[in-house]
Design a protein around this ligand. Sequence first.
Ligand SMILES: Nc1ncnc2c1ncn2[C@@H]1O[C@H](COP(=O)(O)OP(=O)(O)OP(=O)(O)O)[C@@H](O)[C@H]1O
Ligand SMILES: [Mg+2]
Length: 278
Amino acid sequence: MSQHAHIIVLGNEKGGSGKSTTAMHVAVGLLRLGYRVGSIDLDARQGTFSRYMANRFEYSAKERLSLPIPLHFPIERSKADSVIAQEEQDRDFLQMAFEELNPYVDFIVIDTPGSDTFLGQLAHSYADTLITPMNDSFVDLDVLARISPDTKEIKGPSVYTRMVNEQKEIRKARNGESIDWIVMRNRLSSLDAKNKREVGELLQSISEKFGFRLAPGFGERVIFRELFLKGMTLLDLKEAPDHQMTLSAISARQEIRELLRCIAPETLKGYPNKSVNI
Ligand SMILES: Nc1ncnc2c1ncn2[C@@H]1O[C@H](COP(=O)(O)OP(=O)(O)OP(=O)(O)O)[C@@H](O)[C@H]1O
Ligand SMILES: [Mg+2]
């Protein structure tokens, strides 16, 4: 499968961790930096990412805004009769989406389902950058590592980490390339400082052991839910007719910029338009 665009996959087998929300913000962030961006929704049955795009399209038209929108492909899981035929069809559809997008984009942002599907796993093996958002709790750490409940000792990789390692191997065997894995904490509470610190410390140890980088993460903010209905992101607020720049929105926007800095698109592709200020 030929690929030239830099592929960013959002993945975590646990549902509701913020994959679709983060995918949208990363895609719009890259567009606002002046890059050409494509997006693929591999969770097209639930369709949050695609609905987010559709909301953006409708809201832009209604308010006569010229919001940047990625070239978007939803891909539904194959419903072929046999597992072999399903996997073949899933492969073909993903390949077709890559081939369609490649000539026109610098980055492809892929949202995956919160469960282990063949299509989701396959996408991981094409990730140049993998971003795993996780809710800030010990329950969610369990997706990454098995932890002893009393001593908080790291006993080994969990199911998702093992899957990522397998896809890393597949990718390496395919063309010698590796996956830059970034884990980010989502919905960080402004309360419960002790829990937050303990999760942070443990995550640091897990990251060293299992080879991912840590991004600072996003706080728990109501604004994320409000923006979805309009298809807006925190990087569009200047153009939103009825949105006020609250302190919370400014901090949230800063958190998105930190994540983009962690992805470091300028070192990956070079800023095509330095004057764009996100
Ligand atoms: N930082 C945040 N603060 C508040 N709400 C958030 C935050 N991040 C995400 N949410 C909300 O949490 C819900 C789940 O987010 P999202 O749909 O992005 O997760 P997901 O990982 O894609 O879920 P799924 O596994 O079901 O696809 C949404 O209602 C979203 O608006
Ligand atoms: Mg989702």
